[in-house]
Design a protein. Structure first.
Length: 333
């Protein structure tokens, strides 16, 4: 078979650019957690995650070099302070791998679905397999340590049924149908994701000195609390117990182990994934109260993300993604 020298598409360039930032961010955070971790079981999972990130960065750099593309700055050891005291208790490090691998599976699946060139496709399918393996490891260990909350259980279906009335979506006056399995799943993982965000915000609020960034983090915490309260109220009304955080995993440290740039960039990444996941929940929800709330929250997070975007731009922290050529500017010369 004749091999042709096929250039990278916009999807492939953008995917590699995005992966580079995510992996350099992961290296910083994993190095920080590994520096303080004493639990040997958790250390094994963190070390594997760090090895995967180093391997992926090596491959991305090789592709960039081959294609003569300048390497982004990303993040480095200057964005972490290993001399700072631990900000989180040890179980949080495992929760971090769990949450980030879940988000990594979603994000890398999106990117992989847009890739065609064989070497780039191979890279992203391997990256997807890696985060899936990390998710499996983290979930298994969380279960063994008793720090994993399973989604709510429902009775097994006994027969196939079809929706007969439009009230399945809107409900009768003053009455709503019970939640279905898909809606319960979205609610559970939304609460879980927001509990993780609150713990992260609690720690960062203690250590960030910049007032503008501190207020930004406080706003993010309020948005997460709003979602948790809304969904727990629904669960409790329908005789589910609601979902509570397992434990407080934030220490009393007031010294930041992360640069402000790394903190803001992490929020930028989490906001983009959160918008995607809430959009997915909206598309899967068939109850009016849920879809209305999801729509409002998406708008709120978009405004929140915009304020974070402004902070990063004003401070020169946001690298520009690879741009298409402006043909009109070329024509006017």
């Amino acid at each position: 078979m004749i091999k042709h020298n096929i250039g990278l598409t916009s999807a492939e360039i953008g995917g590699l650019w995005e992966a580079f930032f995510q992996e350099t961010m992961s290296v910083c955070l994993l190095k920080y957690f590994l520096h303080h971790i004493k639990d040997e079981e958790i250390k094994i999972v963190l070390t594997k995650a760090l090895d995967f990130s180093h391997l992926n960065l090596k491959k991305i750099k090789e592709i960039y070099s081959k294609e003569n593309i300048p390497l982004p700055d990303g993040f480095s050891e200057k964005d972490i302070d290993l001399s700072a005291p631990p900000l989180f208790n040890e179980p949080f490090a495992l929760s971090y791998v769990y949450i980030m691998s879940r988000m990594g599976m979603i994000n890398y699946a999106f990117i992989t679905a847009n890739i065609a060139r064989s070497d780039i496709l191979s890279f992203f399918t391997n990256a997807l397999a890696q985060v899936t393996e990390l998710y499996t490891d983290a979930t298994t260990m969380m279960l063994s340590k008793g720090i994993y909350d399973r989604p709510p259980k429902i009775s097994y279906p006994k027969k196939i049924e079809y929706i007969q009335k439009k009230s399945y979506i809107s409900g009768f006056i003053g009455q709503k149908r019970t939640l279905n399995a898909v809606e319960l799943t979205e609610i559970f993982f939304n609460i879980e994701r927001n509990y993780f965000s609150i713990l992260f915000c609690l720690g960062l609020i203690q250590v960030v000195k910049d007032k503008e960034i501190k207020n930004f983090i406080k706003d993010g915490k309020r948005i997460s609390e709003k979602q948790i309260n809304f969904f727990n109220e629904i669960l409790q009304k329908e005789d589910f117990l609601g979902i509570i955080s397992v434990s407080i995993e934030v220490t009393d440290s007031t010294i930041s182990p992360f640069s402000d740039k790394l903190v803001m960039s992490l929020f930028h990444f989490l906001n983009s994934i959160d918008i995607t996941l809430i959009g997915h929940a909206l598309s899967m929800s068939m109850r009016a109260d849920l879809s209305t709330f999801y729509s409002k929250v998406i708008g709120e997070i978009l405004l929140y993300a915009e304020s974070g975007f402004s902070i990063m731009v004003n401070r020169g922290w946001l690298e520009k993604p690879p741009q298409a050529t402006n043909r009109k500017n070329l024509e006017s010369r």
